[in-house]
Design a protein around this ligand. Structure first.
Ligand SMILES: CC(C)(COP(=O)(O)OP(=O)(O)OC[C@H]1O[C@@H](n2cnc3c(N)ncnc32)[C@H](O)[C@@H]1OP(=O)(O)O)[C@@H](O)C(=O)NCCC(=O)NCCS
Length: 162
């Protein structure tokens, strides 16, 4: 995916584009403010180098007040499956449709490449994320007990047919 995608998220215009190495500092900031157990900079950087991985950022038009990166998503395209590994919106930019736009872009990229399903794991207690995925039509298909080693938390496995 090389072309930016415009979204209608208010108040500024938000474009989606592939993450570049110079975006990593800001992405790590968003990651740290969004997760109790954030991905490291190295882990994020590694995703930029995998052929099967796509990392998109949501960037707000600097002419409209805010500006800069307000969210990102990491997903893999493997065989007929889109697998979402990480999605995060900056705290101050939440509930403006950015998470939804990033998730839609992953599905769109998958459809273009012939993917038949999208899957993800989410912490059982992550109410906002589960609400987002349900709103997008994902359904719960199973539990992976103690999936998150940090706290021994279960993962809910969710699936969307494309
Ligand atoms: C989960 C997350 C990415 C959602 O991002 P967002 O940009 O705020 O989501 P959107 O504005 O696109 O929300 C779309 C829909 O999802 C649902 N939703 C999102 N956040 C919600 C919340 N806190 N409570 C209830 N529903 C929520 C709603 O249905 C919402 O539609 P609405 O605003 O019209 O009601 C964001 O809360 C976040 O970054 N959390 C921390 C990181 C994280 O846990 N990521 C997911 C695990 S990998």
């Amino acid at each position: 995916m090389r072309e930016p995608i415009d979204t209608l998220a208010a108040p500024g215009t938000v474009r989606l584009r592939p993450m570049r190495p110079e975006d990593l500092d800001r992405a790590v900031e968003i990651e740290k403010s969004g997760f109790r157990h954030p991905w490291s900079r190295d882990l994020l950087a590694r995703e930029l180098s995998h052929a099967w991985s796509t990392v998109l950022v949501a960037e707000e038009d600097p002419g409209r007040g805010g500006g800069g990166i307000v969210g990102f998503i990491v997903f893999w395209l493997v065989h007929d499956e889109v697998h979402v590994l990480n999605v995060a919106t900056a705290t101050e930019a939440r509930r403006r449709g950015i998470g939804r736009a990033l998730m839609d872009a992953a599905v769109e990229a998958g459809r273009k490449r012939g993917a038949r399903l999208a899957t993800l794991e989410v912490r059982r207690t992550n109410v906002p994320a589960i609400a987002l995925y349900r709103a997008l039509g994902y359904r719960e298909i199973g539990i992976r007990p103690n999936y998150y080693a940090d706290e021994g938390e279960d993962a809910i496995v969710m699936l969307l047919d494309l």
